[in-house]
Design a protein around this ligand. Structure first.
Ligand code: 5GP
Length: 120
């Protein structure tokens, strides 16, 4: 799948659409999910143009990969989620239910989250 530079997160990264920014460094932007599924629901996004986890793990450099996961952990600790626990999800492609075609990690917490995968 080729990268669509008009996807909603690309527009957020370019500052064309506002977001509730929670963290930023050279490689990563994190912001609140507009439709939160938990009391804490943060999207952690690489700045590079990667469609999905598949694209990122195949093509991103080690610095970008390290930055994404370092940022995720820092944001979780800054929110106190390390004390209570949290969940990280990345939906990939059709079966993963991915809606926005720019890689993002969902950081979810703030309550007991229940089953990991809902039954059909
Ligand atoms: P996906 O289904 O691709 O894994 O997740 C996409 C996420 O993006 C959803 O949780 C959805 O609520 C969130 N989202 C969609 N549009 C926007 C937006 O314009 N701003 C923000 N902050 N989140 C969005």
């Amino acid at each position: 799948m080729t990268y669509d530079p008009n996807n909603i997160f690309a527009k957020i990264l370019r500052g064309e659409i506002p977001c509730d920014k929670l963290y930023e460094d050279d490689h990563v932007l994190a912001f609140a999910d507009l439709y939160p599924k938990a009391p804490v629901h943060i999207l952690v996004v690489p700045k590079g143009a990667y469609v999905s986890m598949d694209d990122f793990t195949a093509n991103a450099g080690p610095e970008e990969i390290a930055a994404l996961f370092r940022a995720l952990g820092k944001i979780a600790r800054d929110k106190g989620l390390d004390k209570t626990g949290y969940r990280v999800i990345s939906n990939c492609g059709l079966n993963g239910g991915q809606e926005v075609p720019h890689l993002h990690l969902h950081l979810l917490g703030g309550k007991r989250l229940g089953r990991m995968v809902e039954a059909d």
